[in-house]
Design a protein around this ligand. Structure first.
Ligand SMILES: Cc1ncc(C[n+]2csc(CCOP(=O)(O)OP(=O)(O)O)c2C)c(N)n1
Length: 105
């Protein structure tokens, strides 16, 4: 939610690839989406990027990836936080004392 924003820019010069992303606001789709991509296209490597909180919704998918031997590498952005909520609080001006926002995420 808050850690992956730089990924599109960072991968702009990478070899040809496709992005499959959350199309709405419902979190937890990354790992199931990666399983679907890997099953549909076994010849292609899948890089799965998930936040830690979002990933907890569907963490059993890690078992499916392993059991099926899927060509998926999963990276968890582990900020150990509900970062987007803290960012929204910050943007609303609820900064608390001595915070700048960056340490909230
Ligand atoms: C299915 C579902 N449940 C709850 C929410 C509300 N929600 C939005 S972001 C979020 C968690 C954010 O934590 P994380 O995924 O770790 O990302 P971060 O904000 O820390 O980058 C939740 C529970 C949602 N969007 N979708």
């Amino acid at each position: 939610m808050t850690s992956g924003h730089g990924m599109m820019t960072a991968s702009a010069g990478a070899p040809p690839h496709d992005w499959l992303v959350n199309t709405g606001g419902s979190i937890g789709i990354a790992m199931p989406l990666a399983v679907g991509a890997a099953v549909a296209c076994p010849s292609r490597r899948v890089l799965c990027l998930s936040a830690d909180g979002s990933g907890m919704y569907t963490q059993q998918t890690l078992w499916s990836m392993a059991r099926e031997g899927l060509n998926v590498t999963t990276v968890i952005f582990a900020n150990r936080s509900y970062g987007v909520l803290k960012r929204e609080f910050f943007l609303f001006g609820n900064r608390g004392s001595g915070t700048t926002g960056s340490e909230l995420i």
